[in-house]
Design a protein around this ligand. Sequence first.
Ligand SMILES: NC(=O)c1ccc[n+]([C@@H]2O[C@H](COP(=O)([O-])OP(=O)(O)OC[C@H]3O[C@@H](n4cnc5c(N)ncnc54)[C@H](OP(=O)(O)O)[C@@H]3O)[C@@H](O)[C@H]2O)c1
Length: 359
Amino acid sequence: MPLLLDAPLQRAVGRFVPASLPPTGTFDGQTVLIIGATSGLGLAAAVHFATLGANVIITSRVASRGDIAKQHIEEAAGPSFKGDISCLELDLEHYDSCTDFMIKLKSSLPGPADLDVAIVNGGICSSGKLEKSAQGWEKSIQINTIGSTLIGLLLLGWMRGARDHRSSPAHLVFLTSREHLYPDLNQLSEWSQRKDGILGQVSREENWPSGFWDAEPNYAISKLLLMYTIEEISRLARGPDGDPLVVVNSVCPGMVRTDIGRHISSRSWFHALCVYLTLVITAKSADSGARIYVTAALQPKENHGEFFGYWLAGDLYRRKAATLIDSDKARALQKLVWKEVSEELKANVPELQAGLDGL
Ligand SMILES: NC(=O)c1ccc[n+]([C@@H]2O[C@H](COP(=O)([O-])OP(=O)(O)OC[C@H]3O[C@@H](n4cnc5c(N)ncnc54)[C@H](OP(=O)(O)O)[C@@H]3O)[C@@H](O)[C@H]2O)c1
């Protein structure tokens, strides 16, 4: 789809809907983990949680970036901040980095009951060039879908065992995007029937439009596939009585001025100008967008499994999601996507080989 035309007006709505007031509530003494918090929304969310009294654990792929982010959060939280900010290394692109991270996380906290909120935020938007991960999948699918699902499963497996030692369930929040409402369901359904499945098809050169006017195709798809796997993670988060042992939610902050479009900008001065103008016209600040992370972390267990954005939630979201989430075709696709992603993870991550239900 041509880059300039691929910007439905609705994406801009959030820019003009006033963001909720600065986050309120207290996280005094609580611990909040934010995966991918060296820049943009994750960094702004870390500042919000620290300001509200939380100890914050952030992650970075590069230790030096984590150190700079840590210093920024401490300064922004102000002199009254008495909590602790720490940074652990994690690269969602690599399975062993995710499992190593869990070992480090477990040794940095007294126990799973001491992790109150985990936010799976890290993600990328690819450039016009198809790049593959070491596992052979297109990179945004590897990071935004498969890696985010893996870390979500590993965190859930650890956190849900702590329910009896907590007065209320902990929270696991995924950053998706309302872009998940835009992929072509018929195309994905057709790909799901091919020998190499959806993961294989979205990683193929011939399915990667490379014309000057083409937008990268996989960001929205990666977030839809993530929505499908979050559905299973939400199911696994329920205890025998159906109550969530960990409250799972997915959120979209709307269009936000961050560096996520840098790979698109790097294609040409024209692309850079388009990204710049799109953000100036349609996007809110990271500080404003990140308020929804706090809202998500305060959701009651009755809202377990729900997606929400600033203005797109509840019945309005369900109407918009009728085709890509709720239709019969979408339901069939969701099962196939979960099968592909969970089989990929079971085959490659020793910690998951015994099966996902027994995490
Ligand atoms: N900006 C928007 O308008 C918007 C809208 C809807 C949803 N979102 C979602 O919000 C999340 C944050 O995006 P942003 O806009 O704040 O972008 P950003 O400024 O580019 O921040 C992305 C963060 O993800 C981390 N990250 C990137 N690749 C990673 C990997 N392989 N493993 C672990 N962490 C990785 C980065 O950390 P390091 O590179 O330091 O490791 C960085 O902290 C993403 O999931 C994005 O899809 C953004």
